[in-house]
Design a protein around this ligand. Structure first.
Ligand SMILES: NC(=O)c1ccc[n+]([C@@H]2O[C@H](COP(=O)([O-])OP(=O)(O)OC[C@H]3O[C@@H](n4cnc5c(N)ncnc54)[C@H](OP(=O)(O)O)[C@@H]3O)[C@@H](O)[C@H]2O)c1
Length: 273
């Protein structure tokens, strides 16, 4: 695929109040993109917008819960009325859960799917008219879905999260083919362990200790590093990006040596309480 310039891109980014989304927002703004940023924590969004505007950029905040249809409608309306078209939608907001499936609840499964699957899918649907408007201007609009390496390789004790990220990947690949002729592109970004607030906010099974973010062999990446790889993939017109070396190893191993991965995962110790 051909590359694209970030300068002047009309972008909507979810989950921009911390971690990977905040880093993507800062980097896109520094390269001249115009932004609508969204999340629930208003003060953080206002501080981000103030910094971008002080540096001569353009940014607006829409505060709200992305699992709420009204928030998604407001976001789509904001981009349509402010710019009349949308060049880049970054579906980044997300969260995780940890613990044995047998002891988890139907509520937790549904909560996770609302945030990690239905919210990005339904926000994309709501933004489709604005994306189509950008396609008619020959702007090659792009939807970036922030999945996970766990959307390629499923691991124990994260069954709900793996299921939601696999679902996002499946939907991403299906609509990529559907929209190819319209000129709307999709990029699936699959980070591995990243040192954000993600692990502080993971929903825990009862009595379980919080999981460590990374290990000695696979240390966490910084959100800035992950965002740099994602923004580079946007510029280069890529379809997929797996930002870390460890993450790429896991994706390749699960694709080419599934029996080895199955054998290894089945020998993992249960989570500590
Ligand atoms: N960290 C990792 O190891 C890792 C690895 C692979 C993939 N990922 C994926 O990367 C993405 C970003 O995660 P992160 O690591 O940057 O975590 P993070 O620092 O916890 O950021 C999550 C973002 O999502 C927003 N968010 C959460 N629930 C929301 C809701 N109901 N409505 C609106 N916004 C909501 C949060 O903002 P508010 O709380 O202010 O609403 C925050 O801005 C997620 O999709 C995650 O699954 C992370």
């Amino acid at each position: 695929m051909a590359g694209r310039s970030i300068q002047g891109l009309r972008c909507l980014i979810t989950g921009a109040s911390s971690g990977i989304g905040l880093a993507i927002a800062r980097q896109l703004a520094a390269q001249g993109a115009r932004l609508i940023v969204s999340a629930r924590r208003e003060e953080r969004l206002r501080a981000l917008v103030a910094n971008i505007v002080a540096a001569g950029g353009e940014a607006f905040a829409v505060v709200g819960d992305i699992t709420d249809e009204q928030t998604r409608r407001r976001l789509a309306a904001e981009s349509a009325t402010r710019w009349s078209a949308l060049d880049l939608l970054v579906n980044n907001a997300g969260s995780g859960a940890f613990g044995p499936f047998a002891e988890s609840s139907p509520d937790r499964l549904r909560r996770l799917f609302e945030l990690d699957f239905f919210a990005p899918v339904e926000l994309t649907r709501a933004c489709l008219p604005a994306l189509r408007a950008a396609a008619t201007e020959h702007r090659r609009p792009l939807v970036v879905n922030v999945g996970s390496v766990l959307g390629h390789c499923a691991v124990p004790w994260k069954s709900e999260y793996c299921a939601a990220k696999f679902a996002l990947r499946g939907w991403n690949d299906a609509v990529r083919a559907e929209w190819a002729r319209e000129g709307i592109e999709l990029l699936l970004a699959s980070p591995s362990t990243t040192a954000s607030e993600f692990f502080e906010r993971v929903e825990l099974g009862e009595g379980l200790a919080r999981p460590a973010g990374g290990s000695r062999w696979f240390p966490p990446s910084s959100p800035d590093r992950v965002a740099r790889d994602i923004v580079r993939a946007i510029r280069r017109g890529r379809r997929e990006v797996v930002p870390s070396w460890g993450g790429r190893c896991l994706v390749w191993a699960s694709r080419f040596f599934p029996a080895v991965i199955r054998w290894t995962l089945a020998r993992q110790s249960p989570p500590a309480s």
